[in-house]
Ligand binder design. Structure first.
Ligand code: FAD
Length: 520
């Protein structure tokens, strides 16, 4: 038997250890002090030969898998698994199921862009989904009379690659996230929201079929018609029922250009009235909104156009109102000029006179407006104690008074998103939860703070949640994170019973995605 020690740091002394149960691993002097890293995954079972060599416990692998974009939670797994095929993952989960004692947990890790350890597996195995892509052929575009154009993509694929590959065929997915260096499996486990969701629904509404490896280690092809229980459970299912290894995504003809407009408001009622008019008109292709709390208007990572020409006016308005609101909207177009319907709609908007800005960019540049971010954290790297909420439309005025006006000025968060969705574009049968109203808003508090300040940001997050609870505003968390079972039950509300039932059916030994902390 040969042993390979990957990424061996030159300064550490290495030992080759042969464990009774036939796992050969490399342990540095540092890791010897940590018994978790001996990777005895299953006391009574030898790992199948072809997966054994894909299990790694070297410090670099362990460090990466116990880190995410949030840089808040750090759970150390026993090992990291680098599959080269779907079969490898099936075998790994089968191996866990065969343990006669407690099976080891398994978490798929897309890009680790979670902010609260959702893709981690304490004492379990983290599956590095990216390593699947090395042996896969990428995105396959097809057409059928019943489905039109669609793309088959790996669960590990990045949305940026899906965009690049589909554009080569003149087609494109219709529903996006703002940031494209996320995996298909990762966003479909949440919902995948952005400014196109009001029109096409979240990304989970634009899936035709999935290949899923359940917690029992079975590979199942599912869709609305076949194995529909699994299909609906997995979409927005926070990785609880299976690992998505392939998704069939709806495509449409790709536009070439995007007219991108930003409108500024000081009056919240006008702002939400105009946003709602835009999303009911269905004329724009994209509608989002953001809060402007200080003079540095966020031009950096979401918008590429600048409104500095009116900086003096904006500064004086900010002094007067303390807070401004911006709508961002986009109309896609091709060779001919943007349509007149869009121009007419803009004329009906009630923004502050003169505070409207526009840019004309390629479709590709618009979708890729947020550059790739680094997830390689050190203890001193910023933390991201984000809070993402869905707020029912009927209470947005109270929410504005109690949260946006009163609590948000306490924090220095550069990017705060606030924009609406049409609920009829969400499928209630899927696991994702929303408020129970036809229109609801999303608040994205995308905080970035030093590790020392993190506690303060979390206190403000808690104040917001407590305010909503006291005022009986029935918000739902997006990218949720809770500490108690009671909170999860409340989160899922009427869906909880079926969520539990699906868990018992597809992952009865509670193996998958422990980092969500729902069943642990
Ligand atoms: P991970 O963080 O690796 O995993 C997330 C969860 O899904 C984990 O529980 C994991 O076990 C599970 N999982 C991962 N892969 C699979 C799979 N193949 N099958 C089953 N389960 C799986 N979200 C939006 O909706 N809209 C946005 O505009 C948006 N912008 C973002 C911008 C940034 C900078 C960041 C950091 C995040 C953003 N997100 C956004 C949130 C993003 O959707 C989540 O972080 C999501 O988890 C995707 O990240 P990931 O692919 O790295 O998944």
């Amino acid at each position: 038997m040969t042993a390979h020690c990957p990424n061996r740091p030159s300064h550490s002394i290495f030992f080759l250890l042969i464990i009774t149960f036939d796992i050969v691993i490399c342990i540095s002097a540092k890791t010897l002090t940590n018994p978790l890293q001996t990777a005895v995954l299953c006391k009574d079972q030898i790992p199948p030969h072809d997966i054994k060599k894909k299990i790694r416990t070297d410090p670099d692998s362990i460090t990466e898998a116990s880190n995410d974009y949030g840089n808040i939670v750090h759970k150390i797994p026993s090992a990291v698994f680098y599959p080269s095929s779907v079969k490898n993952i099936i075998k790994l989960i089968g191996y866990s199921n065969n343990c006669s004692g407690t099976p080891f947990s398994v978490a798929a890790r897309g890009q680790g862009h979670s902010v609260r350890g959702q893709a981690m597996a304490y004492k379990g195995v983290v599956v590095d989904m990216a390593s699947l892509s090395r042996n896969r052929s990428g995105v396959r575009v097809s057409w059928s009379p019943s489905s039109g154009f669609y793309a088959d993509v790996g669960g590990e694929a990045l949305w940026i690659d899906v965009l690049r590959d589909t554009l080569k065929h003149g087609v494109t997915p219709v529903s996006w996230t703002d940031y494209l260096y996320l995996t298909v499996g990762g966003t479909l486990s949440n919902a995948g929201i952005s400014g196109q969701s009001f029109l096409h629904g979240p990304q989970i509404s634009n899936v035709l079929q999935l290949d899923v490896i359940t917690g029992k280690g079975e590979l199942i092809k599912c869709s609305r018609k076949n194995e529909s229980e699994l299909f609906y459970a997995v979409l927005g299912g926070l990785g609880q029922f299976g690992i998505i290894t392939r998704a069939r995504i709806v495509l449409a003809k790709a536009p070439t250009r995007a007219k991108w407009v930003r409108l500024l408001y000081s009056n919240f009622s006008m702002y939400t009235k105009d946003q709602e008019k835009l999303i009911s008109s269905k004329v724009p292709n994209y509608v989002e909104g953001l809060l402007i709390t200080n003079e540095t208007i966020p031009d950096s990572w979401r918008s590429s156009f600048n409104s500095s020409s009116n900086q003096a006016q904006i500064t004086s308005l900010l002094r007067k109102h303390g807070l401004l609101y911006a709508i961002e909207l986009v109309k896609y177009y091709d060779d001919h000029d943007v349509n007149t319907e869009f121009e007419m709609l803009l004329e009906e908007m009630n923004f502050i006179p003169g505070l409207n800005f526009s840019a004309d960019v390629s479709y590709f540049d618009f979708l890729t407006r947020v550059p790739r971010l680094d997830v390689q954290n050190t203890p001193k790297s910023p933390t991201h104690p984000w809070l993402n909420l869905f707020v029912p439309k009927s209470r947005v005025l109270d929410f504005n008074a109690g949260v946006l006006v009163k609590l948000i000025p306490k924090i220095n968060t550069e990017l705060i998103l606030f924009y609406p969705f049409n609920r009829d574009k969400w499928d209630k049968r899927m696991s994702a939860v929303t408020p129970d109203e036809n229109i609801f808003y999303t608040l994205g508090l995308l905080h970035s703070s030093s590790p020392n300040e993190m506690k303060f940001y979390d206190e403000v997050n808690n104040e917001i949640l407590q305010f909503c609870q006291k005022a009986n505003i029935k918000i739902k968390q997006y990218l949720p994170h809770y500490k108690s079972r009671e909170d999860w039950i409340k989160h899922y509300g009427s869906k909880w019973d079926s969520f539990q039932e699906m868990k018992a059916k597809f992952d009865p030994r509670l193996i998958l995605s422990p980092g969500q902390r729902i069943f642990y």
